[in-house]
Write a protein that binds this ligand. Structure first.
Ligand SMILES: Nc1ncnc2c1ncn2[C@@H]1O[C@H](COP(=O)(O)OP(=O)(O)O)[C@@H](O)[C@H]1O
Ligand SMILES: [Mg+2]
Length: 357
């Protein structure tokens, strides 16, 4: 079966800037897909092309089996919730939500039913008559979402939908957004530059850089098996080591990375080949005595920062290597290691990600 959205070799230029560069992507019906990338990488331009607000220089976009080339924005089964989703300040919540329905000349009785339904969906029942200034930031965000959903688009595009909310509220709202999307089974494409947000929301994430899709995968796959150094660095914290493969046996690679490292052999590497190693901070354990793990590096603590749930360390090892590690603050453990103390950093061969570039 054809995917719900098919983006094929789409390019959009502004003068010398290639905002979206020969990008291809399929998205399934009822998926919550996230486009993740730094500011200026082309996320908004791609959304605007899907909505029909931006021309496509080359390539094609298909939605629900129909080529969008000659379909104007108003006729597409698509709505877009912009980054600054300003509500109409002089209108009540109900009238804000009903705005697009009135313009589409829906009967008033139907509008009333639809608005009630949407208020229930975004948990604002009874707030019909409030004005936007009488709502909290999170409630305003939910009204904007209800307004964007009012005409039941098959595809909703959300451009940095939670950017206006502070961190704590944003986290709660992320879960709500996922719940609403699951209930409606509407296809959502959410744009964000916040990797934690993308990982919380999406079933799949497309990471963009300079107009191109670098990797499309599930959050876990992207985090645990990044395809290259850019992705590993962009999603979360990581330590890199550069080395050369010196041996292979029993499903393990021996690597000389200024320190000897054993890594699970993912295949495709040969002896003598240069390789980058990426290790996540939570996969490295610190202890005062040498542990049982296959990789055990003598270290001393260079930096530590207490963050509440965990402490972040920078440790130095032989030959000037540096590693970042995160240790959970649990009860009943040994006292946490302190500044300038000596010990061991240990990690499992399965937690060493090998990258070719
Ligand atoms: N209308 C426009 N005219 C000229 N340049 C634009 C226009 N829209 C976007 N760009 C440029 O295209 C690139 C991608 O922009 P945008 O899609 O807004 O990125 P993002 O949403 O990822 O921050 C940027 O370099 C931006 O300056
Ligand atoms: Mg943008």
């Amino acid at each position: 079966m054809a995917p719900f959205i098919r983006i094929e070799n789409v390019t959009r230029r502004f003068g010398d800037v290639v905002a979206v560069d020969d990008l291809s992507l399929d998205i399934e019906k009822a998926e919550l897909f996230c486009l993740l990338g730094a500011s200026g990488c082309g996320k908004t331009t791609l959304l605007r092309m899907l909505a029909g607000f931006e021309t496509v220089d080359s390539g094609r976009i298909e939605i629900d089996g129909i080529d969008m080339a000659s379909v104007p924005a108003a006729a597409r089964p698509v709505n877009i919730m912009f980054q600054n989703y300003a509500l109409f300040p002089h209108m009540s919540v109900a009238n804000n939500i009903a705005y697009g329905l009135r313009r589409a000349r829906m009967a008033e009785s139907e509008i009333r039913t639809r608005v009630e339904e949407l208020l229930r969906l975004v948990r604002l029942t009874g707030m019909d008559d409030r004005r936007p200034h009488q709502l909290s930031g999170g409630q305003r965000q939910r009204v904007a979402l209800a307004r964007a959903l009012a005409r039941r688009p098959k595809l909703l595009l959300l451009d940095e939908p939670l950017a206006a909310l502070d961190k704590k509220l944003r986290e709660d709202t992320q879960f709500e957004l996922v719940d609403i999307q699951e209930k409606l089974e509407t296809t959502f494409i959410v744009v964000t530059h916040d990797q934690e947000e993308a990982m919380t929301l999406a079933s799949r994430i497309g990471v963009m850089d300079a107009g191109k899709l670098v990797q499309v995968d599930s959050p876990r796959q992207l985090y645990d098996r990044p395809g290259n150094r850019f992705i590993a660095d962009f999603l979360g914290s990581v330590s890199f080591l550069d080395g050369i493969v010196t041996g292979a046996k029993d499903g393990l690679l021996e690597i000389d990375a200024k320190i000897p490292v054993l890594a699970l052999d993912p295949g495709g590497f040969s002896v003598g080949q240069p390789v980058s190693l990426a290790i996540r901070p939570e996969k490295i354990n610190l202890s005062r005595s040498r542990g049982k793990a296959a990789n055990n590096i003598p270290i001393s603590i260079v930096d530590m920062a207490f963050t509440g749930v965990a402490s972040n360390y920078r440790v130095s090892g032989p030959n000037g290597i540096m590693l970042k590690t995160t240790q959970p603050n649990q009860r009943g453990e040994d006292a946490p290691m302190e500044w300038e103390e000596q010990g061991f950093a240990s990690f499992d061969p399965a937690d060493v990600v090998l990258l070719q570039d």
